[in-house]
Write a protein that binds this ligand. Sequence first.
Ligand SMILES: Cc1cc2nc3c(=O)[nH]c(=O)nc-3n(C[C@H](O)[C@H](O)[C@H](O)COP(=O)(O)OP(=O)(O)OC[C@H]3O[C@@H](n4cnc5c(N)ncnc54)[C@H](O)[C@@H]3O)c2cc1C
Length: 196
Amino acid sequence: MSTASDYVIVGAGPTGCALGFYLARRGATVTLVESVERPESVVGESMLPGSTLVFDECGLDLSGFMVKRGAVFCRDGAAVRFDFAEAEACRYPHAWQVQREVFDLRWRDVARRAGCAIVYADATAVDVAARRLDTSAGPLTAASATPASRTPPSAPAARAWFNWRPTSPATSPSAASPAAGSGSSPSAAASPRSAW
Ligand SMILES: Cc1cc2nc3c(=O)[nH]c(=O)nc-3n(C[C@H](O)[C@H](O)[C@H](O)COP(=O)(O)OP(=O)(O)OC[C@H]3O[C@@H](n4cnc5c(N)ncnc54)[C@H](O)[C@@H]3O)c2cc1C
């Protein structure tokens, strides 16, 4: 396999898929490299209200997830209640409690619908100068490279990536790919279970 695209993103978690969506929407070709085909037992299920803006922009399907309206912190018999709707400059009065194995797959749908390709392979090394990513399925080349994972292939490679400024960003707002569900609000349309 030797595929070229404008951007190669390591990790098709929520960050990688959202980044892929935004890049594809600006007309870039994007390849996501992901090692796990079916995510299981992923931590990080409790969302905060601010993330709903990104969910809505990306057209993420939130149907069936639990609405979370705030939190109660308990200690030594005392309880303090935080209601998201009472936050200053509140835009979203609630957040979501998600199942990550479902949530992550829905993020991949967002990326795919925006036109991103997803390659299932392990990213093993990066050659920044050559803009080449080695994976267990073969090399990928890109006009740019972006780590979107908490566990990048190797620490020196990650440092090089983070310091690297791509010289020719391939962005063309006029050539935007059809955005997945943009303009719609699945979170508002859904009829979720309600917590607390
Ligand atoms: C114990 C714990 C509890 C947490 N609780 C919360 C919470 O309640 N709420 C919250 O919002 N956040 C929480 N977080 C943080 C949350 O998990 C992360 O912010 C979120 O998962 C980051 O998403 P991501 O897409 O950047 O990375 P990840 O979700 O880690 O996705 C990275 C992806 O990259 C893939 N990958 C990694 N290495 C490679 C490789 N070499 N080649 C190919 N693919 C690769 C992985 O398979 C994965 O799919 C918690 C984190 C921890 C550790």
